[in-house]
Design a protein around this ligand. Sequence first.
Ligand SMILES: NC(=O)c1ccc[n+]([C@@H]2O[C@H](COP(=O)([O-])OP(=O)(O)OC[C@H]3O[C@@H](n4cnc5c(N)ncnc54)[C@H](O)[C@@H]3O)[C@@H](O)[C@H]2O)c1
Length: 257
Amino acid sequence: MNTFINKFDLTGRKAIVTGGAKGLCNGMAQALHDSGAEVVLLDILDLVEESAKEMGKEGAPVHAVKGDLSKPETLDDVYAECLEKLGGRVDILLNGAGIQYRCPAVDFPADKWQKILDINLSGVFHMSQRAGRTMLEQGYGRIINVCSMTAYFASVMIPAYSASKAGVMQLTRAFSNEWAHKGVTVNAIAPGYMATELTANMKEVNPKQYEEITGRIPMGRWGNPEDLQGAVIFLASEAASYVSGAILPIDGGFMGK
Ligand SMILES: NC(=O)c1ccc[n+]([C@@H]2O[C@H](COP(=O)([O-])OP(=O)(O)OC[C@H]3O[C@@H](n4cnc5c(N)ncnc54)[C@H](O)[C@@H]3O)[C@@H](O)[C@H]2O)c1
């Protein structure tokens, strides 16, 4: 039966998820997998092998590729390996890999600044460009970037992270402007405060800020990986065919308050 709900089905789709070894991106990769997509998890960690094996126990195949997004000179080979594992097609690219460093701006180390921009921003550019070439040839593609609320407001002690995520927001729009009419949509999700390793030390480093944030979230809690899954399936699917250049906050209502 051809019902509208079938448009969310990703069976037969091929996806690359950067940063997919663990954390939020692993959760988002799981959502794509559960919806039927064949997935490559691309990550710098050895753990990526185990994560792919675990996810691929049932359903469509899940592959592991090791790569370092901060090394652009290696990314032609890394992308070629992903493409080869997927049989030469890629329908979905989820640019999720990201790092964080918390330090007052006045002391922020230059090497941390550079590394964060290399992975969080340039990594998105390089992977999108490569996957985009394949998708443009196919006449079909879905790129989903992982932004952050700090793309809108810069918070404190995370100047590089905020700058990188604001850059991802504009890259999303820039690629969308050139590719949307060619069948390749480019969108981003902007997760709110999520309870993960990346944010785990905030409770210790700045307990006052931690309490203030929790009290300000209309839903009264931090998000978890499952909270991102529905939006990712939507943006990766046929159901979102007229959505491009959008930044979707998934933040328990934080941005509206
Ligand atoms: N945790 C939050 O509160 C939060 C909020 C908003 C946005 N985000 C974003 O969500 C994404 C995932 O965050 P997370 O909290 O799950 O973090 P995480 O550290 O658990 O996961 C990030 C993944 O990226 C991978 N990675 C890091 N550097 C890499 C590199 N050079 N090459 C390839 N892979 C690399 C890591 O190995 C890891 O698997 C990030 O882009 C982050 O900025 C997180």
